[in-house]
Ligand binder design. Structure first.
Ligand code: DI6
Ligand code: FE
Length: 418
């Protein structure tokens, strides 16, 4: 059937797939709206979005060249992006969950040798194969909910060998599932036992040995620091940022999660991509983020699981035009929750984001937090064809209902993978 022939003037459209009878939430407006196009069509070529718009405006194409799919009125969004996870780790911390319910706080458990350090023990004891086997179901859960890109942080190895082991596992995961993995080195996550009382010595190891080795082997794209009174102070954080810069790695920071230390402002001076958590961020920090074009990554799962009460400064972020991303923070201590769909709901219910802001948080703004703002997170011509197909009648349903997975299909780099 050749209802429209390719015109010789416009040249042949080498489209591989053409979706008709669909609705699009393009997410090209940064969360102000969904960038909706109803009664739409979308064409894919060489793993990229080649055309999109109203079906009525479809240019001429050779119907014998292309696989045409009737979208049956479904909604297409960019493939979801989980831009902050720690999903590779050994063991779990269900015992600490029980302790917290008996009255101990997350900080008390951390200071008593539990917390991150106990996961370090389990992670060091695990082989790459064991870590892979335990991480796969977590990544699978995200993928089944429409996630096509995931950031994975290291930070439970805390020495050269074990940090590299974690980053290797993160790299291997990308071969096991059709998900783009972006790796972040979080060596400055906690103090390993062998450096007890010598945080500066550990930071020296991170800066002079581990970061150069990871950069050389291209095992990570970014470096992150847990800048907190139970993590690393400002001076130590700055040393890590300097080493990252010297090794051409981009910078991210866990800051202002439990107190206002000023890590975000420091990160802004180093042109960081993002500051993450930021519950305790004050207006000067928000302004610094805005001036440095940083993204605020909000983690409602950790806020919920630790029963925090300090809300992130959403109004200030809006006022100063800081892009807001939303992520799961999947980790065994503060957010053992592998559902970005639940985060969409929590971003609205706990943080009072609008549904379009929340959806922007897991698409265009999450892409920005990973340095992918010109290739992922939007349905736009030339962008990667990472696309989620949903059985919904309006985009707000993605935030509104939880527990019935509305995913109908998933495309990664132009290939249908679900
Ligand atoms: N902040 C967090 O929420 C996670 N890491 C961090 O720096 C918690 C990690 C853990 O408790 O294992
Ligand atoms: Fe985290």
């Amino acid at each position: 059937m050749t209802n429209r022939l390719t015109s010789t003037q416009t040249g042949t459209h080498h489209w591989q797939t053409l979706w008709l009878n669909i609705n699009l939430a393009t997410m090209t407006e940064g969360g102000i709206g969904y960038g909706e196009i109803t009664c739409a069509a979308l064409a894919i070529s060489d793993g990229k979005i080649a055309w999109l718009g109203k079906e009525a405006d479809l240019p001429e194409y050779n119907a014998s060249d292309v696989k045409v799919i009737d979208g049956q009125g479904k909604w297409l969004t960019p493939g979801l992006i989980d831009c902050h996870t720690h999903l590779v780790y050994g063991g779990n911390r269900a015992n600490e969950f029980e302790m917290r319910l008996q009255g101990k706080s997350y900080q008390e458990i951390a200071l008593a040798g539990g917390g991150i350090v106990s996961t370090v023990k389990a992670t060091r004891a695990a082989t790459e194969g064991e870590l892979l086997v335990s991480a796969l179901p977590r990544l699978t859960a995200l993928h089944q909910e429409g996630v096509t890109t995931v950031e994975i942080k290291s930070g439970y190895g805390l020495d050269l060998e074990n940090e590299i082991k974690m980053l290797n596992v993160a790299g291997e995961l990308a071969k096991q599932l059709p998900v783009t993995i972006k790796r972040t080195f979080l060596g400055a996550h906690a103090l390993p036992v062998e450096f007890k009382d010598d945080a500066d010595g550990y930071i020296a190891l991170v800066c002079h040995e581990v970061i150069p080795a990871i950069a050389k082997e291209q095992l990570a794209d970014s470096v992150d620091v847990f800048c907190e009174h139970i993590g690393f102070n400002l001076a130590q954080t700055e040393r890590v940022f300097t080493a990252a810069q010297q090794n051409n790695l981009s910078i991210k920071v866990h800051a202002e999660q439990l107190s206002d230390l000023g890590g975000t402002e420091l990160a802004a001076k180093y042109q960081a991509l993002s500051s993450e958590h930021v519950e305790f961020l004050s207006e000067p920090g928000v302004k610094a983020m805005s001036a440095a074009n940083m993204t605020a990554v909000l983690l409602p799962g950790a806020f919920y699981f630790l029963r925090e009460t300090q809300l992130p400064p959403i109004e200030l972020l809006r006022k100063h035009d800081v892009a807001i991303a939303i992520a799961t923070d999947v980790n065994p201590g503060s957010s053992p929750i592998c559902s970005l769909q639940l985060m969409l709901n929590m971003a609205c219910t706990l943080f009072k984001l609008t549904p379009s802001e929340a959806l922007a948080g897991v698409t265009c703004n999450a892409a920005k937090a990973l340095g992918f703002s010109t290739s992922k997170g939007q349905l736009s011509v030339g962008f990667d064809a990472d696309i989620a197909i949903w059985n919904i009648s309006q985009p707000a349903e993605l935030c509104y209902q939880f527990g019935v997975n509305p995913l109908s299909g998933l495309i990664q780099n132009g290939r249908q993978v679900i």
